[in-house]
Write a protein that binds this ligand. Structure first.
Ligand code: FES
Length: 162
């Protein structure tokens, strides 16, 4: 008679070297950011940590995904304020899931397109300024795009068309 096999049981403890909470150094190393960047993200409300009994910062493992989302968004030029707003809008401020990322990236794509359009217009206007240097309120499109600023009175005004 064949001996009965014992069912495989899940280990009650995590394997050696595995722990659910991460130190700031571990998050920095695995997330590819400096420790100071993590502190900065935290000061801006983008990530959260807690203090252990030794008063050291600890992070949930999910923070790695959050850091990845923040880095990708920053790389595309999305302002930190927009990133924070988008992350805070997620239910329970959860770490973005694949579905969350789809909708976040779609919204940021539109923002990125808008920025590209603005920069393209600015570059076209710059062509006329190269070698000029007048910075004339009346003639320079960069100093006074489409002469819109004349309605606002004299003196330096914003360079953004809107
Ligand atoms: S600097 Fe002269 S047109 Fe812009």
């Amino acid at each position: 008679m064949k001996p009965k096999m014992k069912p495989k049981m899940k280990p009650k403890t995590d394997p050696p070297g595995f722990h659910r909470e991460l130190t700031v150094g571990e998050v920095a190393a695995r997330g590819g950011v400096a420790v100071s960047t993590l502190h900065f993200y935290e000061s801006k409300g983008l990530i959260k940590s807690w203090r252990n009994n030794g008063n050291q910062r600890r992070y949930a493992r999910e923070v790695l995904r959050r850091v990845a989302v923040i880095k990708v968004a920053q790389r595309t030029g999305i302002p930190l304020a927009s990133i924070r707003k988008a992350l805070k809008a997620l239910p329970g401020e959860r770490t973005p899931s694949a579905e969350d990322w789809k909708s976040l990236s779609a919204a940021w794509r539109a923002e990125l397109n808008d920025r590209i359009d603005r920069l393209t217009r600015l570059r076209e206007q710059l062509d006329g300024c190269i070698g000029c240097g007048c910075l004339s309120l009346g003639a320079c499109p960069l100093r006074n795009p489409w002469d819109k600023l004349s309605a606002q009175g004299p003196g330096p005004r914003l360079l953004e068309p809107d």
